[in-house]
Design a protein around this ligand. Structure first.
Ligand code: ATP
Ligand code: ZN
Length: 222
């Protein structure tokens, strides 16, 4: 597909916790999305925009590079990306009120915990190494960050790490794995991001229109 310079590109998660909410928000904003679940892109019939369905982790780079002018992504993913960049080229233009979760450090239920000092010298498994490292630095704690791309909650049982740092919403997953939360590292929700890369004038106008429609939807939900 050749990139059409007159249409906005909006990146949303293809399938996962943010997908239905993201589509729902755009629909509520009046965008008619035509596609099947397996398509990678969808044309919006009644607005000059195309949707791109991608992994959530790819959304910051797409928006930063201006491949997509807008994206919907969790603040957790955005912050992990930003901590690895000198100057990320996007800005958060709306807090969306869904995808709420908290990045927490958790320990096996039976293990003693007496505050952040208990993390000293320990191994902590996480998919968010930069956010965790920043938290440790801010608290003056020397610990080893072990990066895992999934199944982080298994790390203590597999003796990969004594602690984990993972996203929690209800806490059911922690409990099911014999873990308990001991520190809150970062609180997150889904946000709308806009590229800081210069856009053609027509796109700037369409982008403003999109944003005002989304703001309108959000206002009715407050
Ligand atoms: P992808 O295939 O797109 O990479 P993923 O497995 O990384 O998907 P999901 O589990 O679908 O991602 O989560 C997407 C986002 O939903 C998270 O980055 C976070 O912002 C939010 N979220 C809300 N609650 C939770 C939760 N309990 N656990 C994980 N993520 C959550
Ligand atoms: Zn992901």
């Amino acid at each position: 597909m050749l990139v059409d310079e007159t249409r906005l590109h909006i990146a949303i998660q293809k399938s996962g916790r943010l997908s239905d909410y993201s589509r729902g928000l755009l629909r509520d904003a009046g965008l008619k999305i035509q596609n099947g679940k397996n398509d990678l892109t969808a044309r919006v019939d009644n607005f000059p925009a195309d949707l791109m369905f991608v992994r959530d982790d790819d959304i910051p780079i797409f928006v930063s590079d201006g491949v997509c002018e807008f994206g919907i992504v969790g603040e957790n993913v955005l912050r992990e990306f930003s901590l690895g960049e000198d100057s990320p080229r996007f800005e958060v233009v709306a807090q969306l009120g869904f995808g709420k979760c908290t990045l927490k450090i958790a320990a096996p239920e039976a293990s003693p915990y007496e505050g952040p000092q208990s993390l000293r010298g320990a191994r902590i498994a996480t998919s968010y190494p930069r956010i965790l490292q920043r938290f440790l630095d801010d608290n003056g704690i020397d610990a080893t960050v072990v990066k895992m791309n999934g199944a982080v909650e298994l790390a203590p049982r597999l003796q990969i790490a004594a602690f984990i740092c993972d996203l929690v919403s209800t806490g059911a997953t922690l409990e099911a794995n014999g873990l308990r939360a001991v520190e809150t590292v970062f609180t997150s929700e889904a946000v709308l991001v806009r590229t800081r890369k210069p856009m053609a004038e027509a796109k700037v106008d369409q982008g403003a229109k999109l944003l005002s429609r989304i703001d309108g939807v959000l206002a009715t939900k407050e």
